[in-house]
Every structure is written in C-alpha cells, then in structure tokens.
Design a protein around this ligand. Structure first.
Ligand code: PMP
Length: 367
C-alpha cells in the first residue's frame, strides 16, 4: 500500500475533522452508551442521563472559555445563519435605532444582508487592499455609529481566511455581537467584551446541529418585534435550551470534544499549537513564488489558510494529486475558488507537515 495513504487528513472547513479518539468513543456510545444497554441516540433529552451530558458540556464550556456567571449559555438550532435572524429579532428595540454591521468578508456581509429583513443596518466596510494584500483596518478606525442598537462583526472570515485578532474595546454601552463560528475554542478570548457570542459547532466543537450562543443576562428580555419562539433567547434561557428537542447526538459529541480540549491543557495550549501549525504553513507559502497567500500577516487566519498557485491552471491537478496523497478537501470555497486548508484544533501537526511535504513535491514537479 502507498505509505502516504496510510493516514488521511481532512482539511474541510466544516463539518470538519474530529479527533479520532472521540470517533471511537462515539462508536461505543452509539451502540451501548455508558453500558446502559441503550444508544445515546435513544435517550430522552429530559432523562437524568442526558441531563448529565448537557450539564457537563455547559460546565466544561464555561470553564474553557472562562464565562462569567452573568452570561447564559444556550444551545440552539438553526446554525449561525439562524443567528443572523435571531440577533436582530432579539435585540432591535422598535425605536428607530439601527445596528452597525462590520463587513470584513463573506460571512459578516451575509449577516448584514439577513438583518435587512428587520432593520436598515449601517454596513461599515473595513477591508482594505495594501500592495495587493488584503487587510482589515484597526478597530480604532472603524467608523461606528455611537447611537447603534448593537454592533455585529466576525473575527474569522472562514472563506477568505481573514481574521481580526484585536478584541473590541468600545464604550460600555455599545453591545458587541460576534460570529465566532470559526473562532470559538481556537484561542483565548475575553467574553466580557461582548454582549453576545455565537458559533455553529461544526468547526472546533463537534458535528453540525448545535449552535452555541453565549449571551449577557441583561439582553435576555422579551423581543420587541415578532420572533419565533425557537429563536427567542428569553424562552430558550428559561427552558435551559430544552424548549424543544435539542440535537442530542451533536451535543453528546460536543461534550466529548470539550473534555478532550481540557485534557490537552485548555485554550492556552490549544492556541499555541494552532499558531504553530498555521505559521509552518504560512512560512512554506511565503518561501516560494509558486504559492500565494494575499492576506497581510496580522490578519492571517490561524484556522483557515487560503492560498492559490501562481499558475491557477494547476489548481485542479493540485486537488487531485493531494487527494491521492491522503490530503482531502483542500478546495477553496466556491465563492472565491482557489485552495484552502482548514486546520482546526483536531488537525494534528503531522497533518500540516504532510501537507507541506506534498506542496514541496508538487512545486518541484510543476514549477
Ligand atoms: N459564519 C461563519 C463565520 C461560518 O464559517 C459559517 C459556516 N461556514 C457560517 C456563519 C454559517 O454557518 P451555518 O452553516 O451553521 O449556518
């Protein structure tokens, strides 16, 4: 057998790679969860057994992210896109004040477009191109509206591979809402700077089906505009995310992933490892003219490394040969094309080393 094929590494942007040991544990849970004679799939969400799953998930989430008591953690349905609607529906006040939406790429802009169904967002473009490289201007230069109802932004644009590492430092009365779908659990963040943080699970947390919402308790008021109960934070909070049947299997796997993160040493260790993996890859790309990444250093994403080949005719060959080498899902998102390696927490450094090895071989062959 081809030695390179022994281990397959999956660079998908989400649903993304999960730690192998968790898949093995989940296999057991699928047939006979904790020797109960039942599958985790068959257990009622209101049972004592499942309550312990969701309670320990929330405990570990709070512990890893250092979430203060005065924030509520909700496990919702509908993905991050569901939150694109939930945010305006829960936060708008019917007082004519509009939100600010920071546009740094595809996902933050999509959130702004969705909010237009409920309000007239001020869309603030913060992307710039300097010497052919993309960057985001510093937060101090964002021309925000001091009278806004809230400010929405996305610290990691999964498609473009553009990240904002500065944390928001506005005046206290500005409610900051963050789409942390491809950021949460990748590095240390200061929750207290935000009114709401939300993230769909399928990157660093688990399988799709769970959307995490961390919301300051002051924002848990009855919405002032029509809001479906399933997106109403007040209702979800009062029912402890059990207003309807939650995605039990996804929550179970997410719980295992969070335990795994704690065993690794928590976010400090994870952040270090993510920076190391990404830097190895960016250094490789920068060492040659064959591959190109056109994001300025301080906005380069540690989670989604986007790149192209100077001769773009080689992209499909790259995808075919990398697949044969055991490196899967390196295609860029349809919206921008090119190539992308998503290297979330579960991607071991060996996966990144193998990708670098392949990139060098490919370059030699076709330069
Ligand atoms: N925001 C970001 C930053 C994302 O990466 C994604 C998914 N790739 C979404 C929103 C949409 O998430 P979902 O498909 O769970 O609605």
């Amino acid at each position: 057998m081809d030695k390179n094929k022994d281990v397959i590494y999956n660079f998908s942007a989400g649903p993304a790679m999960l730690p192998k040991e968790i898949l093995k544990t989940a296999q057991l849970g699928l047939c006979n969860w904790q020797n109960s004679g039942k599958s985790i799939l068959e257990i009622s969400h209101r049972s004592k057994e499942f309550t312990s799953v969701i309670e320990s998930l929330e405990y570990n989430l709070r512990d890893l992210l250092n979430v203060p008591k005065y924030y509520k953690v909700l496990f919702c349905h509908g993905g991050a896109r569901g939150q694109f609607s939930a945010i305006p529906m829960n936060l708008l006040k019917n007082n004519g004040r509009n939100p600010d939406y920071i546009n740094s790429g595809y996902w933050s802009y999509s959130a702004a477009l969705e909010s237009r169904k409920y309000c007239v967002p001020n869309i603030i473009n913060v992307r710039k191109i300097l010497n052919g490289n993309h960057c985001v201007c510093s937060i101090k230069n964002w021309e925000i509206n001091t009278n806004n109802t809230y400010l929405h932004y996305c610290p990691n644009e999964t498609i473009e591979g553009i990240a904002i590492y500065e944390e928001p430092y506005f005046k206290d009365d500005i409610i900051v809402v963050g789409d942390f779908s491809s950021t949460l659990f990748s590095r240390i963040i200061d929750i207290t700077r935000y009114g709401i943080i939300y993230a769909s699970a399928q990157k660093n947390v688990g399988p799709p089906g769970v959307t995490i919402v961390i919301v300051h308790e002051d924002l848990l008021k009855e919405p002032k505009i029509v809001c479906p109960s399933i997106l109403n934070y007040n209702i979800l909070s009062k029912s402890n995310s059990m207003f309807n049947t939650p995605a039990t299997f996804s929550l179970y796997i997410s719980g295992l992933v969070l335990e795994w993160m704690k065993k690794l040493g928590g976010l400090k260790t994870i952040q270090k490892s993510n920076e190391k993996k990404a830097n190895l890859l960016y250094n490789m790309i920068d060492s040659t003219d064959f591959y190109i990444n056109n994001v300025m250093n301080h906005n380069r994403s540690f989670m989604n490394v986007t790149f192209t080949i100077a001769n773009s005719n080689l992209h499909s060959l790259f995808l075919k040969e990398s697949y044969d080498f055991g490196l899967h899902c390196l295609n860029g998102h349809n919206v921008i094309g090119g190539l992308r390696a998503s290297i979330y927490n579960a991607m071991p450094i060996e996966g990144v080393m193998k990708l670098i090895k392949f990139m060098k071989i490919f370059e030699k062959k076709y330069e």
